[in-house]
Design a protein around this ligand. Structure first.
Ligand SMILES: [Zn+2]
Length: 390
């Protein structure tokens, strides 16, 4: 585990969620790979070039902690189980045509594979791709991983998978998630955050997507806490949870779900910090207030930190450093200033194939993302100065 003090550089800690848009050239390479026109080495060469460029440009933003933009992943949710979104390189015991993970506000959906038997094992751990990228970095890297509560959706909502009980499957994904986190730290990650975008969606009750009406949130919290229970308080200071209303093709899946359906339960997870979408919320004060109310001083030995979303990755308008500063200062009216951090509302492109329609192209969206991150870092410093946090 790399030693990293998140306050040193900016006073108020600041950290990205994880992903960046894949360059058009890389997206074309994924398509060519799916069509059998290029081989795996050729795809990996493009992933490597994109990861290297992402790290260089991330470092240029001044961010004290960076990621490789998940350039080597099919998506934030499916990296352990498939090489591409089209399903090339699917892990054992999975087939096409599972549940929809989400149906987004613009009408498009993202579907998971279907579990056909057991056991489920990760094919790729986050550490496998981190190891390929970390040599390019000169500053600490974070790693995002997927939550067992997302992978739980691979199991059919109502039916049993023959020979593989839901209980056994869930034990397997809890074990795999623990391993994913431990391996990421071993590979040099300074911090690991767990993507939990399904949390807010879990109370949406969308009739087109039955699991969202099945009352799964308490079960999700319990599953994730089974993973956190395997880490010491010292380790959990460096383990976070990310919540958002989704982010794909510049659209969202659960922004209309009241935040308070989620927040009181979310902080029951014994994670050390939370990366919380907020910049795109219309009414921010009630959300700050709820965070202040529910953030725990003692989550099984850890005082939780709230990283406030100050950047909207779905909107090409670049937030100024002053806006970032003002949002953090405002949040400090509701949340103790020593417990506040700054983050982006979501990854800038959680899925590998994403045209970023509001931006016009993924390449332009990358330029925008780096400028937004630069301003987030600068704004966090300005807020720390104004609030006297160091
Ligand atoms: Zn997100």
């Amino acid at each position: 585990m790399t030693e990293y003090d998140p306050r040193t550089a900016t006073g108020i800690p600041t950290e990205p969620v994880g992903s960046l848009p894949r360059p058009s050239k890389l997206q074309a390479a994924y398509a060519a790979y799916d069509e059998g026109k290029i081989d795996k080495d050729a795809l990996e060469a493009e992933q490597d070039a994109a990861a290297r460029d992402s790290i260089e440009r991330f470092e240029a933003t001044g961010s004290p902690i960076i990621s490789d933009g998940e350039q080597r992943w099919s998506s934030f949710a499916t990296y352990p189980i498939t090489d591409t979104l089209a399903g090339t390189g699917l892990a054992d015991n999975l087939g096409p045509g599972g549940q929809f993970f989400a149906i987004f506000a613009d009408g498009h959906g993202r579907q998971l594979p279907r579990l056909t038997g057991g056991p489920l094992r990760y094919k790729t751990y986050a550490a496998d791709t981190l190891k390929k990228s970390i040599g390019y970095a000169h500053v600490p890297m974070k790693q995002a991983v997927i939550a067992p509560s997302m992978l739980a959706l691979l199991y059919p909502l109502k039916d049993e998978v023959p020979g593989y009980s839901r209980e056994q499957f869930e034990e397997d994904i809890v074990n795999e998630c623990e391993k994913d986190i431990r391996k990421a730290f071993e590979a040099g990650a300074a911090r690991v955050s767990v993507d939990f975008t399904e949390g807010r969606l879990a109370t949406r009750e969308d009739p087109r997507n039955p699991w969202t009406g099945a009352g799964l949130l308490p079960h999700f919290i319990e599953l994730n806490n089974r993973v956190f229970a395997r880490f010491s308080a010292e380790e959990r200071k460096k383990i976070g949870v990310h919540t958002c209303p989704g982010g794909d093709r510049d659209s969202v899946h659960s922004a209309d779900v009241p935040y308070n359906n989620l927040l009181p339960s979310m902080f029951q997870m014994n994670a050390g910090y939370f990366l919380i979408q907020l910049a795109s919320e219309r009414e921010k004060d009630p959300v700050y207030e709820s965070i202040g109310k529910h953030l725990r001083d003692d989550a099984d030995g850890v005082a939780q930190m709230a990283y406030i979303g100050v950047i909207n990755p779905g909107n090409p308008r670049i937030e100024s450093a002053e806006e970032v500063r003002d949002a953090l200062v405002r949040a400090s009216n509701f949340i103790p200033k020593e417990r506040i951090g700054a983050t982006d509302d979501c990854g800038f492109s959680p899925f590998s194939i994403d045209e970023k329609p509001n931006h016009g192209s993924p390449d332009y969206a990358r330029d925008v993302a780096f400028q937004k991150i630069t301003n987030r870092v600068e704004g966090a410093k300005m807020a720390a100065e104004k609030l006297g946090v160091s």
